[in-house]
Design a protein. Structure first.
Length: 406
């Protein structure tokens, strides 16, 4: 299933806050806004880091990457350049390189809150408890960091601890009452935890104000759907989306609420998706989500470093026919029709043939709160780690993906 995830860039001095939306698949989350990069902007007197930071904040991570790499070549001890490098790699959907850059920053400055936050965001997808620990480490150093408080809330929501998550969002808002990411997160966390009317009441003034963005309207629709007002959510979404996408989004939101209503995190075999990087594209709530860093895997040599897809030719990968029952599967979508599922598979496999080779599709009909959906899954994975690597590659291309046991 898919649910909406919002992303708000970390505020910069003198810069307006920005937010963007996309859709990810996860059985637990509602629309959560992850705060962005460091507000420091690089040390004064180092024009190179200021240029790299400006490029990153302006939505040009490739330029930031080139500038930061050049700075590090001349000054390998420049902590700010390593942090910018990590943020640029995250924005470009390259989590392994991002984690390595943040680790380099930590080696230079073991107390770097920004590096802990960067690594925590890379851990959110598969180990939200470890991500929570990293955000708490950052708060030990910078207890007034609203970004760390907001991200801490996301980690707790991922664990099904909605009351604790709401306390973290409230802390962020106590420090900065205008922080839109925390406002949206708090409202949707309330909706997930059975307090939909409160969540809707929080979001409605912003979403109905003159000049409100489509993202805010879609957030309101998510809260309304999770509180049971399906008709109202459909009216809002229909202003921006075609009927099939509206139906899919409504089913996604209802499933999110049903899962969250159990007040427990997803099963251990399920891998929730990562939130989006700094400057994702801007799809609606039933389209594929923004570029996302891939989930780290257990057993890697460095915390937060995900395992890549297995090397070797695609033909060497196992197929679903020779894997035992219960083999992991990668769910890509919960579509409104079998035809929509087949069309999405055709597009993705055409665009990424090497990734999809050896992974046959599986389309299954399911019922979610009385609505029929068609789950689209890739099969043929020998291990959960391989399936998670597959999802990580899709995240980097802006497509939602969740690992389940078959």
């Amino acid at each position: 299933m898919a649910i909406q995830t919002r992303f708000a860039a970390r505020p910069q001095p003198g810069r307006p806050r920005r937010s963007r939306s996309g859709v990810i698949a996860a059985a637990l989350l509602g629309a959560l806004a992850l705060a962005g990069c460091s507000a420091q902007g690089g040390p004064k007197g180092v024009p190179g880091t200021n240029v790299a930071r400006a490029a990153l904040n302006g939505g040009s991570p490739q330029i930031a990457l080139r500038v930061a790499t050049g700075i590090i070549a001349q000054d390998p001890q420049n902590t700010q350049a390593h942090l910018i490098l990590g943020e640029a790699y995250t924005a470009l959907g390259q989590p392994i390189q991002a984690a390595a850059a943040f680790q380099d920053a930590l080696r230079l400055d073991p107390g770097s809150a920004e590096a802990d936050i960067g690594l925590g965001r890379l851990r959110l997808g598969t180990d939200p408890q470890a991500a929570e620990h990293l955000f708490l480490q950052a708060l030990d150093v910078q207890p007034q960091d609203t970004v760390a408080w907001n991200d801490l809330g996301i980690a707790r929501d991922l664990q099904g601890r909605h009351a604790d998550a709401q306390a973290a969002y409230q802390k962020a808002l106590g420090l900065d009452p205008t922080m839109q990411a925390a406002q949206v997160n708090l409202a949707l966390s309330l909706a997930m935890s059975g307090q939909g009317s409160r969540g809707v009441a929080m979001l409605r003034p912003q979403a109905t104000a003159p000049g409100a963005t489509a993202q805010l309207r879609h957030d309101l629709a998510a809260a309304m759907a999770m509180s049971g007002d399906t008709a109202g959510a459909e009216r809002i979404l229909s202003a921006d989306l075609p009927p099939d996408q509206v139906a899919r989004a409504i089913a996604d939101f209802q499933l999110a609420r049903a899962q969250a209503g159990q007040n427990a995190p997803p099963p251990a075999a399920a891998v929730p998706l990562m939130p989006a990087p700094l400057t994702p594209p801007q799809p609606g709530p039933s389209q594929p989500g923004p570029s996302q860093p891939g989930p780290p895997q257990p057993g890697t040599s460095q915390p937060g470093v995900p395992a890549p897809l297995p090397a070797g030719p695609a033909a060497a990968r196992p197929t679903s026919q020779n894997l035992p029952p219960g083999a992991p599967e990668a769910q890509i979508s919960a579509a409104a029709s079998a035809g929509a599922a087949r069309s999405l598979w055709a597009k993705l496999s055409h665009d990424m043939p090497d990734l999809f080779a050896g992974h046959p599709p599986l389309i299954q009909q399911a019922e979610v709160n009385g609505h029929a959906v068609w789950r689209l899954r890739a099969t043929g994975f020998a291990s959960t780690a391989e399936a998670a690597g597959f999802c990580a590659s899709l995240h980097a291309h802006g497509q939602s993906c969740t690992v389940y046991r078959g």
